[in-house]
Design a protein around this ligand. Structure first.
Ligand code: CA
Length: 225
């Protein structure tokens, strides 16, 4: 039996923290709950956690401040929970060292997937089911893509397209083939949609990490290598 991972949940809404605790314990994590920012910081500094789920709006010390002070001493992975549309919190949180963020209301399955991702050691992370190309890694089971261990936030179609290209890496795949495989034969659009989605992927991977992951092969299609 692998050792159980310790998760600190910092959340002042009892319904949410109770729900998270039940879900996490069901998934075999040991869960500690704090409802207050200052108490959470003390707990996070005095004990070692594998991951912290951190709400932003908290009594006594907000989540951003908790994270800022935590980062002066510790690199515990942190997933920030923000209310929908609190874009400022999201940006600030990532700037000061959050590993990930989720907006409320969130899908528990997605949060669990991200917790799994961020509590894995880098060695374990390169598991057999992961498709890896350089620093790009795609996990078909968890439906997660990362670059340099940073989660890439993809829509369903973007993920499907990236997955198909990764499954066929080093092979040039035509637009028609991509359209059939990713969108299905019953899709009545033109192959332009493929170009549009490749552009989306490039804006989320190539542009962000200054790389050229998806290559255009003129007159033939696209390839990842
Ligand atoms: Ca709150």
């Amino acid at each position: 039996m692998p050792e159980k991972k310790n998760i600190l949940v910092v959340e002042d809404e009892p319904q949410i923290s109770r729900f998270l605790q039940l879900e996490l314990e069901h998934e075999n994590y040991i869960c500690t709950v704090c409802a207050d920012g200052r108490e959470a910081l003390d707990t996070a500094l005095s004990r070692d956690f594998d991951l912290i789920v951190l709400d932003v709006m908290l009594p006594s010390l907000n989540g951003i401040e908790v994270l800022r002070r935590l980062r002066q001493q510790k690199q515990t992975p942190v997933i920030i929970l923000t209310a929908r549309d609190q874009v400022v919190d999201k940006v600030t949180g990532l700037d000061i060292g959050a590993n990930d963020y989720m907006t409320k209301p969130f899908a528990i399955e997605e949060l669990l997937a991200r917790i799994r991702l961020h509590t894995k050691n880098s060695v374990v992370q390169m598991s057999e089911s992961n498709l890896v190309c350089g620093r790009l890694s795609v996990n078909p089971d968890a439906r997660i893509a990362t670059y340099d261990s940073h989660l890439i936030d993809l829509t369903k179609k973007e993920f499907d397209l990236l997955l198909f290209l990764m499954q066929n890496r080093n092979i040039v795949v035509s637009r028609e083939k991509l359209l059939d495989s990713v969108w299905g034969f019953d899709f009545y659009g033109s192959t332009n949609v493929v170009d549009v989605y490749v552009r989306y992927l490039r804006s989320k991977i190539d542009d962000v990490y200054n790389v050229n992951i998806i290559e255009t092969v003129r007159g033939a299609g696209y390839v990842i290598r």
